[in-house]
Design a protein around this ligand. Structure first.
Ligand SMILES: Cc1cc2nc3c(=O)[nH]c(=O)nc-3n(C[C@H](O)[C@H](O)[C@H](O)COP(=O)(O)OP(=O)(O)OC[C@H]3O[C@@H](n4cnc5c(N)ncnc54)[C@H](O)[C@@H]3O)c2cc1C
Length: 412
């Protein structure tokens, strides 16, 4: 979760954007009294066949009626029912025979097998690829179906923290009782089992240029999956655990903020309504634009892009070139918009923003279960334990806490 301030009350996210209704993070947001925005629908406007289909109708049914022909709508609903049935099957946490088959094909192949009209398939692809941050050919159908959760069984709504999502992290920090060390880089974690079966861990960390250590009976490691390699773990993770980590695929995101003259809104609003976010398949990714109209008197606003998949991998390209490309793409959808851009800011995630599960893998497989087991007093937690988003991070954190508590309560 990351929020940036541009002064004069201009603020935008460059990490997590949406908190969905069923995300267990919501429990803490409520508990800590973090003020939230009004709920938003899960469906977004789409840019398909070179045309913008804005979601400015009163409900999703009216939006779908504007995007699809009645026949296409029937196919979309058929796909939703099929997806709901399979999603429900994943809730057991086990790979049933049907799910095991779907784990071995890509999400794209699964959709192809349903023989949907091309525009329906494209719509599904637009909704999915921004969530998984990779091409739908790259991921297993089971993982893709799990990621459809927000659209299933009546769909969920989402919110964000009014003062920026960073305030949620601040609330967590405040809620931690006892000593806490922030802004430290952990480099080594050594553990040993004692004769009575308990464990001892020493965590070495660098803070303010000094190497220090902290001791504990248990340790929970919550770094992103691709940074596990940067910490020496003695003893190491098991071969099975490393295999589970090393066979994940990277989901790519980059966030771009344009500071935009609010006069541009005349071009952007549709019948006075905000059409954002707009899903595109191309260099722009999700055009988050802005989700609220600027306060009266404001001259600038932050216009956000969530670029995803291969388009986000421009680490070695001059930002000026990327900016030019993005502005040219924006100009295709909203002619003249680049003239209103006053400044551009880039935020990248290298080598991965979120984890993904390729064909042959899913969070339900046995390899992944190994990551949830204790390893000599060490527990792993983070989004990659269950999903690729913050709901998985919270779920895994609770799991680890329960296991630590149960273990510490065991009489020796
Ligand atoms: C651009 C973007 C948009 C997203 N949008 C959404 C969204 O809309 N909804 C949603 O639910 N999820 C979203 N996600 C995913 C969500 O942000 C992550 O799933 C979630 O933050 C994962 O939480 P985590 O605690 O596992 O890891 P992180 O949030 O990555 O936290 C890991 C922490 O470990 C720290 N760290 C790393 N190495 C070390 C070390 N050696 N020593 C000490 N500390 C270390 C890092 O600094 C970081 O603070 C988005 C992600 C990105 C990048």
């Amino acid at each position: 979760m990351a929020t940036v301030e541009y002064g004069k009350g201009l603020r935008a996210e460059y990490g997590m954007h949406e908190i969905w209704d069923k995300n267990p993070l919501m429990d803490y947001v409520k508990k800590f009294d973090v003020p939230l925005s009004e709920p938003e629908q899960p469906y977004s406007s789409v840019y398909m066949d070179g045309k913008l289909f804005p979601y400015v109708q009163d409900d999703a049914a009216a939006f779908h009626a504007a995007v699809f022909t009645p026949e296409e709508r029937g196919h979309y609903d058929r796909w939703l029912r099929e997806c709901e049935a399979l999603y429900d099957e994943t809730l057991s946490g086990k790979l049933t025979p049907r799910l095991a088959e779907l784990q071995n094909i890509s999400f794209a192949k699964w959709v192809e097998s349903l023989r949907l009209p091309p525009r329906v398939a494209e719509f599904i692809r637009l909704d999915l690829e921004c969530e998984v941050a990779t091409d739908w050919n790259n991921l297993s159908a089971v993982y893709g179906i799990q990621q459809e959760e927000v659209f299933l069984h009546g769909a969920q709504q989402c919110r964000h923290a009014r003062g920026g999502n960073r305030t949620i992290i601040d609330a967590f920090i405040k809620a931690i009782r006892g000593p806490k060390t922030l802004g430290a880089l952990v480099t080594r974690i050594a553990r040993a089992r004692k004769p009575d079966g308990s464990t001892r861990a020493v965590v070495y960390y660098k803070k303010d240029g000094v190497m220090r250590s902290a001791e504990a009976e248990k340790v929970v490691v919550t770094v992103p999956y691709h940074l596990l390699h940067s910490i020496q773990m003695e003893p190491s993770l098991t071969d099975e655990q490393w295999r589970a980590v090393d066979t994940l695929i990277p989901g790519g995101y980059a966030v771009v903020h344009f500071l935009l003259d609010v006069a541009a809104n005349e071009k952007l609003l549709v019948g006075g309504k905000i059409p954002f976010p707009v899903l595109t398949r191309g260099p722009l990714g999700v055009v988050y634009g802005f989700l609220e109209k600027p306060a009266p008197g404001r001259k600038e606003e932050v216009f956000t892009l969530l670029v995803h998949g291969d388009y986000s991998r421009y680490y070695l390209e001059p930002r000026d070139a990327v900016r030019g490309r993005l502005l040219a793409e924006l100009d295709k959808i909203w002619p003249g918009l680049p003239a209103f851009v006053r400044a551009t800011y880039f935020y990248g995630y290298h080598p991965a923003a979120i984890p993904g599960w390729p064909v042959g893998r899913s969070p339900l497989d046995g390899l992944h279960a190994s990551l949830r087991a204790e390893n000599v007093g060490l527990y792993l937690a983070g989004d990659y334990l269950y999903s690729s988003h913050s709901d998985g991070a919270v779920r895994s954190g609770r799991d680890a806490a329960d296991k630590v508590a149960a273990s510490l309560a065991t009489p020796r």
